[in-house]
Design a protein around this ligand. Structure first.
Ligand code: SN0
Length: 317
């Protein structure tokens, strides 16, 4: 593996999940693999799980880690080719990426969608800029469009908790006071399209994700109908894609309650966190024994570790 920007960088998801589960049993087995290698984590946005689990994963492989809150502490970057930089942007990605690459062996980046400029978000400027100019492996820690480390952790969690070959997995939207990115939902959909599962997406009309991403998946606009017989319920808010970045629906009827969980096949509850309690999901559901949110967060370490391991191994070849 050279980069991990989306699921298209993975050859075989099933095998990768299997290897991650093996790694989880003995996380320090490859402690020598990353000796004298440095991972640089650049954050343009807040983080809890991603920051700590990716550091932990690198440490488990014996790597050094440098963390920078680029969004608040770095120069404001210009991404446009040929830009006349006489405004607020101080440094071009061409220099920044090449400079950073001299200090580390792998760079991991978090840069959320602006949710104001659809074209720029769709172009994945930050991730692609680093990929183009850094010349070292790039890992996506949530970009404008994708959060593949989260989806890989979710694939590990599904594998650990599924009790049948082809479970029913429902991705449900729920209302949120803020406009949130599409990245988690997009990567979850792309991951589910690689799984043997009965996968259904449910959301109100107007909240369709990018049709390019969901084109091979089933969409059911009636949440209660979608939840019927589900084995896993994954809830996530996202803002409108059509009416880009807008909150056009605040209907509290989409909240996951115990009444809704009772429609399922005793389903496991999932969310990537952070979650707004009693807005996205009621306490009774997230606090129940069927909630997997803490397990998902734990698997973030092993998702990051298997990706780092693959990149380090391929670098050695
Ligand atoms: C981010 C998102 O993409 O939805 C990160 C999830 C891993 N979530 C938020 O920004 C939630 C912020 C909030 O105020 O609830």
């Amino acid at each position: 593996m050279n980069n991990f920007i989306s699921f298209s960088d993975i050859d075989n998801l099933k095998l990768l999940v299997k290897e991650a589960i093996e790694l989880k049993k003995n996380p320090l087995k490859y402690k020598k693999l990353g000796k004298d290698k440095t991972l640089c984590l650049l954050f343009f946005n807040q983080s809890l799980r991603t920051r700590l689990s990716t550091q932990k994963a690198a440490q488990n492989l014996g790597m050094h880690v440098i963390v920078m809150n680029f969004g608040s502490e770095g120069w404001e970057l210009e991404f446009e080719d040929g830009a006349i930089m006489n405004q607020n942007k101080s440094e071009h990605i061409k220099e920044a990426a090449r400079v950073i690459a001299q200090y580390c062996d792998i760079v991991a980046i978090r840069a959320f969608a602006s949710l104001t400029n659809k074209e720029k978000d769709q172009a994945e400027l930050v991730m692609n800029g680093f990929k183009k100019y850094a010349g070292i492996p790039v890992i996506n820690m949530e970009s404008a469009l994708r959060h593949p480390l989260q989806a890989l952790a979710d694939a590990i969690t599904l594998q650990e908790f599924k009790t049948k070959h082809k479970p029913k997995v429902v991705l449900s939207w729920a209302a949120h006071p803020k406009a949130l990115p599409h990245a988690v939902a997009n990567s979850f959909v792309e991951m589910m399209q690689l799984q043997d599962a009965d996968f259904v997406i449910t959301h109100p009309k107007g909240y369709e994700l990018d049709p390019e991403i969901t084109k091979h998946s089933t969409i059911e606009y009636q949440q209660e109908k979608a939840l019927k017989n589900a084995d896993f319920v994954y809830v996530k808010n996202w803002s409108s894609f059509k009416d880009y970045g807008k909150v056009t629906n605040t209907d509290a009827n989409w909240t996951i309650t115990s009444h809704k969980m009772n429609l399922t096949n005793h389903a496991k509850f999932m969310h990537c966190l952070p979650v707004r309690r009693n807005v996205i999901v009621m306490d009774e559901v997230i606090d129940s024994e069927n909630s997997l949110v803490i397990n998902q967060a734990n698997n973030r370490t092993f998702a990051a570790q298997i990706v780092l391991k693959k990149i380090l191994e391929d670098e050695k070849k």
